[in-house]
Design a protein. Structure first.
Length: 310
């Protein structure tokens, strides 16, 4: 089993020492309608072009079977390497096996594979430690509420590693002495989607549930909740809304005093790191099985520096 190591952001952003010579890589994204996935694609393609790599991009459109077929097609086409942002954490084992049997390097990006601790030597993961994201988010909610209040939790796709860990982070924080007065009164999945979160938040508002804060596993769902609150004339000064990713839309909502908390996930570093990692694997370099990109808390007090990074 290969060890996991914490690699600094600066080290992650180092370019490969040699440019690729006509290296073609296949890339499958979980859903290119997702705002974060779009930004990840842009950074990945820019890094690949700078390094002389050809990129074949596919959109799995939230379909596990489609993504596996895309990986199998990449293998059949004889690509030099494969990068995957998984649709679902539990769907990664089949892709891991397929790439291993074909002897083609594989890098998972952004969404952690279920078999991270046992990836083959020519496979790796580039992303951020979700234990940090939900913890930073929930601790700031706790601080703003003074350790007491009722919470609504919008979860991502059930079974997805990020959704699982970010949600557990919330429960871990409210189990501490400092935040023991916080209570989760409702918790449901909205699949990381803005529209689904809007619908779910509308249902909660219609039911008359009492709450002090809305904690979403990502910014898209936080924005969906904000839209639902505004649609019924809710006073946004009376509720705390928290997301994760620090997307441009989220920062605009924060600038408008609608979103209170988000957590910056460095998609640019993940995309560039994935390209550099696949290059190293193709070259036969020995690397750690995980390249970690730190999360960073974003609030109205420091949001300006992150607006320049989107």
């Amino acid at each position: 089993m290969k060890k996991l190591s914490l690699i600094s952001l600066a080290a992650t952003l180092l370019t490969a020492t040699a440019l690729a010579d006509d290296l073609e890589i296949g890339v499958s994204f979980f859903n290119l309608n997702d705002r974060f996935a779009i930004g990840l694609r842009e950074s990945l393609e820019a890094a690949a072009e700078e390094r002389g790599m050809a990129v074949n991009v596919e959109d799995a459109r939230d379909d596990i079977g489609r993504q596996l077929s895309q990986v199998q097609n990449f293998i059949a086409a004889g690509v030099g390497g494969i990068i995957v942002q998984p649709v679902h954490t539990d769907s990664t084992q089949a892709m891991t096996r397929a790439a291993e049997q074909a002897g083609i390097p594989l890098v998972y990006v952004n969404r952690q594979p279920v078999d991270l601790d046992s990836l083959p030597d020519n496979q790796a993961f580039v992303g951020s430690d979700e234990k940090e994201s939900g913890t930073l988010q929930a601790q700031e909610v706790c601080r703003l509420l003074g350790g007491e209040g009722k919470l609504l939790v919008l979860m991502g796709t059930l079974g997805d590693n990020a959704a699982q860990v970010r949600t557990q982070d919330i429960h871990d924080v409210i189990a501490t002495d400092e935040c023991g007065g916080l209570e989760v009164v409702e918790k449901q999945a909205a699949d990381f989607q803005r529209i689904e979160a809007n619908d779910l938040m509308t249902n909660w508002l219609t039911s008359g549930v009492e709450f002090d804060a809305v904690i979403a596993n990502n910014d898209e769902m936080a924005i969906g909740a904000i839209q639902a609150l505004k649609n019924v004339g809710y006073d946004m000064d009376e509720v705390i809304v928290a997301g994760i990713d620090a997307t441009s839309d989220a920062l605009a909502a924060m600038q408008a005093d609608e979103l209170d908390i988000t957590v910056f996930q460095n998609g640019a570093a993940q995309g560039e790191g994935a390209v550099d990692t696949i290059r190293k694997l193709v070259d036969g370099a020995e690397i750690d099985s995980a390249v970690w990109i730190p999360f960073e808390l974003v609030t109205p007090e420091n949001m300006d520096q992150y607006m320049r990074r989107n």
